[in-house]
Design a protein around this ligand. Structure first.
Ligand SMILES: N[C@@H](CCC[C@H](N)C(=O)O)C(=O)O
Length: 279
């Protein structure tokens, strides 16, 4: 069923970061924050970290636009794993290109089909400027050293189209992300909040990462968060230009050759089920 009450959806995930995908080109049922919250509800809805819409392209040469709603109904400008799932969805729907452009709220991204069946996305150039991050500070710094909820916190900040704070830790499993995540995210200086990652360097080509996402809480994987962690750590010389990022839900691969260059995110995507949301 699709129409005023029904919404045809596809449930997908990328390394456990899960999505309800809605093709808005063929369905006109209203979509607003309350509907996104209802779809994302893990008890009364379908359940997901983000609702991703697939819409008509907005720029010359792009094949589609995607929109992003967090589970709490807030919008975002970028979602790396969501972009990879949109690309996989379009390929399954009949798109026959190896490389193609998608429009997103943060601008154009390029998708590339990989030999291993995964999808890589060129996520744009990481931007460390406070203005791009939506960070109200006098001067950019690395690290920023703040008092957050009574503790000393040192973090790097970067925009991957959406805002991220990254904390370099010795042991990712022991990091108090459940308290630190919302506390840092809620700091007024982050005008639109931020996604908070804790990253542990295992080797120059391998890190471990957990991310407390804005609007969704801790997720099993965050694609833009993986890009952010590698960008922050690479700028400090802690990792090289190709890094495997181990997240609770799987491993993502990031490639970045440094300042001024776009960052690439690669990893698996999976289709889970399809249905009609009738609530
Ligand atoms: N899971 C995503 C990021 C989704 C948006 C984020 N929570 C935000 O509000 O910016 C990813 O894979 O990048």
């Amino acid at each position: 069923m699709s129409g005023p009450r029904g919404r045809r959806f596809t449930k997908m995930h990328g390394a456990g970061n899960d999505f309800v995908m809605l093709d808005r080109r063929t369905q006109s049922a209203p979509l607003d924050p309350a509907v996104a919250v209802a779809l994302a509800d893990r008890h009364r809805g379908v359940g997901c970290d983000q609702v991703i819409t697939i819409e008509a392209p907005r720029s010359e040469g792009a094949v589609a636009y995607y929109g992003i709603w967090n589970a709490d109904g807030s919008p975002s400008r970028q979602c790396g794993n969501g972009a990879r799932c949109v690309a996989a969805w379009l390929l399954r729907d009949g798109l026959s290109a190896e490389r193609f452009v998608l429009d997103s709220p943060a601008g154009r991204v390029t998708a590339q089909r990989r030999g291993d069946g995964g999808i890589a996305i060129e996520m744009g150039v990481p931007d460390f400027s406070p203005a791009a991050i939506g960070l109200d500070v006098e001067d950019a710094a690395d690290p920023y050293a703040w008092q957050v909820a009574g503790r000393d916190v040192r973090f790097g900040a970067v925009s991957i189209g959406n805002p991220h704070a990254v904390i370099d830790v010795d042991d990712v499993a022991a990091a108090p992300l459940a308290t630190l995540g919302p506390a840092l995210q809620g700091e007024a200086a982050f005008r639109e909040g931020c996604n908070v990652g804790v990253a542990q360097v295992l080797a120059p080509d391998r890190i471990r990462l957990r991310v407390f996402e804005r609007g969704a809480g801790e997720t099993l994987a965050c694609g833009s968060g993986a890009c952010a962690a590698v960008a922050v750590l690479a700028r400090r010389g802690r990792v090289g230009d190709a890094v495997a990022v181990e997240l609770p839900g799987g491993t993502l691969h990031i490639a970045w050759t440094g300042a001024g260059n776009p960052i690439w995110l690669a990893g698996p995507t999976a289709f889970v089920f399809e249905g009609d949301f009738i609530a």
